[in-house]
Ligand binder design. Structure first.
Ligand SMILES: [Zn+2]
Length: 490
């Protein structure tokens, strides 16, 4: 055989092997979605709708300046819960932590099993002054019209509080008793960090040595057209949340008159540092919760995308490049940097003696504050710029192979049988991080189907929820309670 022919034969054989392996990987990629079970609950819809509408009318607003919070209104809200859910209040033990955070204990038939926790918060963010008139229905009216409930908290997160209580009330009336203890825990200051609410609940339970099998909080939702190559809606369950930190870069040195400047000024040096950071960025890596998301979504993708994701071992660089193309997907695979405040100079003809920049960072699980600081220093490569960093690292990463995640996934599928339910990494903070210390598994999922406009309304104008979505949320919580009953390994 001539050399050139031998070469061609080798190339052709390699191509054949390559095609066979990659096609095999694609065709054998199995769906990770459980088969939906038929949901057969009957809800008292009028009660549910009316209760959420009324709940919205309480101005339980959190302010950064806590003295502005009208705690009397929070008290009234708590009394309202008592009136609205008589069976829950008769059969469950209620404990108030710090006056306004609520812990309901629902005793199961076997208290030796670890309990599960369902949590959400009843405080809401304020309505920005001057934007009230932009609301189609006033933000605290709780207007119900054309199949929609309007107002602040319909999505974030009175729907969680009322949804969970509706589910419990309903199951109790059916005579249902859970197989293990269930805690319903509602914070009252999540929007300003949760220190008095969720964090205090956790301290209280920790002191008693109470640990949870899993805790479910608000978080990801079911969204459409967000994942390329997938036609079905995708429900994302947060299994971790990114850390949030602030880095300050400061340079100090001689100022001087602007008529005879040195070639390198403080503003120039800080600007150069930012430019270097933005150009270099933190390294991207498709791993952890970001990788898990695609593992769950890939089997449901169109053939081309499925082929790429099924053969990640070859295409990972391509996938990462695609993900880095959009800010939302880029944030899934790397620690992000956002310069948010720049300080320098006061007078037009005087060089500032000091310049500084604040950079907000969102840390990937596994990136420590120390490592992030080192990386910044190495990248800017200017030892006269002082770098300080403070904030929190990412939360732990909860399991996706265990029954805990499967319970949530199954429950979601039972209600939203068309949706793909997958794990993901949350960028925003939630109360769930506080529960890390009493549960190895914390999940973040709001069981409603949202559009990207709905997501913008969450802390913005015209927050609302369709009645259909809201009733589905209640059904979901009922399913979680029932599904979690089936597992007896703990
Ligand atoms: Zn919230």
């Amino acid at each position: 055989m001539k050399k050139s022919r031998l070469f061609l034969v080798i190339i052709a054989s390699l191509l054949l092997v390559f095609t066979m392996v990659t096609m095999f990987n694609t065709l054998t990629l199995k769906s990770l979605q459980p088969t939906p079970k038929h949901f057969n609950g009957t809800l008292k819809e009028d009660h549910a709708i009316n209760t959420l509408s009324k709940a919205i009318q309480f101005k339980t607003i959190s302010y950064q300046d806590r003295s502005k919070m009208d705690l009397k209104e929070f008290d009234r809200f708590i009394s309202f819960l008592e009136q609205s859910f008589p069976v829950v209040h008769e059969e469950l033990e209620l404990e108030m932590v710090n006056g306004h955070a609520l812990v309901y204990k629902w005793k199961g038939s076997d208290s030796s099993r670890l309990p599960i926790g369902l949590t959400s918060h009843y405080d809401v963010v304020p309505v920005l002054e001057g934007t009230e008139k932009n609301w189609e229905h006033p933000p605290f009216s709780g207007t119900v019209k054309d199949g929609v409930i309007w107002g602040r908290g319909t999505l974030d997160d009175k729907i969680g509080v009322i949804g969970i209580l509706e589910a419990a009330e309903h199951l109790l009336k059916e005579g249902y008793q859970p197989g293990r203890d269930i805690y319903l825990m509602f914070g009252h200051d999540e929007e300003i960090g949760g220190d008095e609410g969720a964090a205090s609940i956790v301290n209280t339970l920790n002191e008693r040595g109470i640990k949870f099998d899993f805790v479910l909080d608000e978080g990801g939702a079911i969204v459409e057209n967000m994942v390329p190559g997938v036609d079905q809606p995708v429900g994302v369950v947060g299994i971790s949340e990114k850390g949030s930190a602030t880095a300050e870069l400061t340079i100090e040195g001689s100022g001087g008159h602007s008529s005879q400047p040195k070639s390198s000024t403080n503003i120039g040096r800080i600007s150069a540092a930012i430019a270097k950071l933005e150009k270099t960025q933190f390294p991207a890596d498709l791993q952890g919760p970001g990788e898990d998301l695609f593992e769950f979504v890939a089997p449901e993708m169109s053939f081309g995308m499925k082929y790429v994701f099924a053969n990640k071992f070859i295409f990972e660089p391509v996938i990462e490049k695609i993900l880095l193309g959009q800010p939302a997907s880029a944030a899934l695979i790397r620690t992000t940097i956002a310069p948010t405040i720049f300080h320098a100079g006061e007078q037009y003809n005087a060089l500032p003696e000091k310049a500084s920049v604040i950079i907000n960072l969102r840390l990937m699980p596994g990136d420590s504050l120390e490592e992030v600081k080192d990386y910044i220093e190495k990248t800017i490569d200017d030892n006269e710029i002082k770098v300080t960093i403070e904030g929190s690292e990412a939360s732990g990463v909860s399991s996706i192979d265990s029954w805990h995640f499967k319970t949530i996934q199954q429950s979601a599928r039972n209600v939203y049988d068309e949706a793909i339910i997958a794990p993901y990494l949350m960028f925003a903070g939630s109360d769930a991080k506080h529960y890390d210390s009493i549960s190895e598994n914390t999940y973040r999922f709001l069981p409603v189907q949202l559009t990207s406009e709905d997501l913008n309304r969450m802390h913005g104008t015209n927050e609302h929820i369709s009645i259909e979505n809201y009733l589905n949320a209640i059904s979901f919580y009922m399913e979680v309670i029932r599904e979690s009953n089936q597992y007896s390994e703990s």
